[in-house]
Design a protein around this ligand. Structure first.
Ligand code: AMP
Ligand code: ZN
Length: 456
């Protein structure tokens, strides 16, 4: 299995520390809002990573966190204890529902920052004892990036840009202003009722320390793989390395794997552009979460993926077509494109599929193999189905489910009205209703007294 490692900036052969056992940590959501489809692209990629490892015979211990205390969660609940609890719970539940609807496997373990305060306090105390951290005059505790010689090794930071002693209190900041970051934030008024009274003082953890404390507690000093999206390389993951390696003196992560962003109409998703979509937005337009999963699989995780409604429509059509071929025996429609390798027996498709995954999770290639397999008229319907189901261990597009051409209630109502109109020989109304039905994407065929409705 080959993976692109952000640390070495090259594609490497993946070798876990222990044979066939993988320690995987992925940064979970900040539960202050609904996850948007950009976030969800990253979780789909991480699901493909985990399932591919399992497909290739590894057993994976996957830990994911919930960031349920940070600047954003506190701000969203205006520092009110009750609101804070309800808010983080509500968005955790909605996030887990999204995972379920996208056929994303639940992590082996989910950890919550608020349940890790004790371990975080110990972690920060160790960094103070070792001289990597110091208390600022505001009472907050900062990590001194100057003290950690390797600072910047993940993101390729220009060390000359580092201003000695400069500090940043916010959880999020950019590579343009690297600075000592807060491990523990002393309470201030904006935090309201959200604080813990500990030996470090009255306050709360910074965001970055949360992931170091939780991942190492569950998986040990060195993880095999740590994944997230590219925006986390700096500062979050750079800071995780600094804290963890300063504490243990050991390498924190062997393979850093990052997914590229989802764009909407070629632009970054942002509130000001009004182009942030959540899963229910796409469902309201008649798409299923798995149409979106298909769309994500059609691009490499290392490429930006441009979301448009047209691309989602194309994904939906492709998925519907595949399901019809596999379940409704319409294999005849597939003969337009012939794969030069169509004489290969079934296993060669599966081998090619496996190779695509081993090649840095090349899902577009895996989908191409899948389609070539479906188009191979030398394969029986049974072999096609068996191979497709094997591939669906990674795709998880419910390829075994039949596509029902159920007529929606709104269309059925028009059909019934039209039958009634025809009975009454009101052909003007019947023609009008036909136009309406057709405008909704259904065709009407009358033969004798029977009326057939088909999806166009
Ligand atoms: P957050 O809930 O903000 O902590 O983000 C959850 C995950 O989604 C993180 O791994 C982010 O890096 C990732 N993410 C944020 N924006 C996008 C985007 N537009 N496309 C893909 N992933 C994103
Ligand atoms: Zn994290």
């Amino acid at each position: 299995m080959k993976l692109y490692n952000t640390l070495s900036k090259s594609v490497e052969e993946f070798k876990p520390q222990t044979d066939k056992k993988v320690k995987l940590y992925t940064c979970g959501p900040t539960v202050y809002n609904f996850a948007h489809i950009g976030n969800l692209r990253t979780y789909i990629f991480e699901d493909v990573l985990r399932r591919s490892l399992e497909f290739l015979g590894y057993s994976v211990h996957h830990v994911m966190n919930m960031t349920d205390v940070d600047d954003k969660t506190i701000k969203a609940s205006r520092g009110k204890q009750q609101e804070f609890k309800e808010l983080t719970k509500k968005f955790e539940v909605s996030f887990l529902a999204d995972l379920h609807n996208l056929n994303i496997e639940k992590p082996t373990e989910i950890t919550r920052a608020t349940e890790y305060i004790e371990q975080i306090v110990e972690f920060v105390s160790d960094l103070l004892d070792k001289g990597f951290a110091y208390k600022g005059e505001d009472g907050s505790i900062y990590f001194s990036i100057e003290k950690f010689a390797d600072y910047g090794k993940l993101s390729g930071l220009d060390k000359d840009g580092i201003k000695s002693g400069a500090r940043v209190a916010q959880d999020e900041y950019t590579k343009e202003n690297p600075a000592d970051f807060a491990l523990w934030k002393a309470w201030d008024e904006a935090d309201g009722e959200i604080f813990w009274q500990t030996k470090l003082g009255k306050g709360r953890p910074g965001w970055h320390i949360e992931c170091s404390a939780m991942s190492q507690d569950k998986l040990g000093d060195t993880l095999d793989i740590h994944a997230g999206a590219v925006d986390l390389v700096f500062a979050h993951h750079e800071n995780e390395i600094a804290q963890s390696e300063a504490r243990t003196g050991k390498k924190f992560v062997n393979y850093w794997v990052h997914a590229e962003h989802l764009l909407v109409d070629g632009k970054k998703m942002s509130k000001s552009l009004g182009n942030i979509y959540v899963l229910s937005d796409i469902e309201k337009k008649g798409f299923s979460p798995l149409d979106f999963r298909y769309l994500c699989l059609s691009a490499s995780y290392r490429d930006k993926l441009n979301f448009t409604w047209e691309s989602l429509e194309a994904a939906k059509n492709a998925l519907t077509r595949a399901k019809k071929i596999l379940n409704n025996h319409q294999s005849v429609i597939l003969n337009e494109v012939k794969d030069p390798d169509s004489s290969l027996p079934q296993n060669d498709y599966l081998d090619k599929f496996k190779s695509a995954l081993e090649n840095d999770l090349n899902t577009p290639e895996a989908l191409a193999v899948f389609w070539n397999m479906l188009r191979d008229d030398k394969l029986s319907a049974e072999i096609k189905k068996a191979s497709a189901l094997e591939m669906d261990k990674i795709f998880v597009l419910d390829l075994d489910k039949e596509v029902s051409d159920e007529i929606p209630a709104s269309v059925q109502k028009l059909v019934d009205e039209r039958i009634e109109a025809r009975k009454n020989k009101n052909f003007e109304l019947s023609d009008k209703l036909r136009d309406e039905i057709e405008s909704l994407g259904y065709s009407v065929e009358d033969s004798g007294t029977e009326t057939k409705i088909l999806k166009k």
